[in-house]
Design a protein around this ligand. Sequence first.
Ligand code: NAD
Length: 369
Amino acid sequence: MIKRIVSLPGDGIGPEVNNQAIKVLKACAEIAGFQVEIDEHDIGGISIDKHGIPLTESTIQACLAADAVLLGAVGGPKWDTLEGHLRPESGLLGIRKALGLYTNLRPVKVFDALKDASTLKPEVISGVDMMVVRELTGGLYFGQPKGPRTVNGHDDVVDTMAYTEAEVERIAHAAFKLAMTRRKKVTSVDKANVLATSRMWRSVVERVASEYPGIELEHMLVDNCAMQLVRNPRQFDVVVTENMFGDILSDEAAMLTGSIGMLPSASLGESGGLYEPVHGSAPDIAGQNKANPLAAIASVGLMLRYSFGEHNAADLLDKALEGILSRGWRCADIPLHATVILGTEEMGDAVVEDLYDFARLNNGAKEIV
Ligand code: NAD
């Protein structure tokens, strides 16, 4: 079985962390007994330099034909003065849209070894393991009308929050299905006391919930959710919400873990999937072998789970990451309690080594060459 992966390294530290993620993916594939074929394409600033635009048709077509896409990061000061549609970040929005990726998953898991790295007290964040499911292609960011206009002779500007029932239904199904594989609780976040879209959201989520009798559903207003995330984050399992609320809450939830260099994400549609670290291109440390590749590597774990159904390999990777952190091996971004500081490349090698060790310990089920 061959899995075709498109790698979009992008800019800054993107290529450095993507290289490590690919190294780890190849090791996981060998252990799990499948093959990967990697095809590299341009996106972001490098695409602007080479082709004049941040996202070319050939990159889109390659991604559409792939089983999954692994993206590094885009952007940097070199391209900051370009017009909006020519900026590296518009390549990112373009590829998500072209692939129809309406579900964004951001796992927020506090590793025991890193619980002191958070700005919150260890006893508050210890054991946090939640998944934010954000609707990615609807709501306020896409609704029409949008932008400046003239009303009764006066200048005006408008954004529109719009959702169809079908859009809410599909993201709700994604959340409930995910909850079935986890602790079986869904928190649906809205602003139903004020917004009509939220009232529709709530009734659709309730209807979908009736198809998943084993799952506990609670509704929470977004302002309360923002507060509960820092008050008692352990109460959450799967949090599902619309685009803008998800944008804000997932960044808030992300900070519980203490480092942006640790956070992976997955964007899923009807097929395929795009996997990327949450962080940006970190131009300040690019090319210095200082970037923490663990977010990109953890994104491979999500790919194994959500695109390939390779749960054993994903579990093994989780174990390897936990093992490395509990030994105090860190990159320079999380120096706290470090026993050794590794470079980007060395951290990738360490994960691969641990993967093979764990696979041998587990007696690997399959023979590892
Ligand atoms: P950033 O995430 O790139 O960096 C913020 C800080 O975190 C920097 O100090 C950086 O050195 C550090 N950092 C980030 N990732 C790290 C890692 N893996 N290991 C160690 N340290 C890490 O955010 P920014 O500085 O606001 O943006 C830089 C560029 O990246 C901008 O052009 C921005 O538009 C772009 N960006 C891209 C994405 C994306 O591609 N998904 C996301 C956010 C920002």
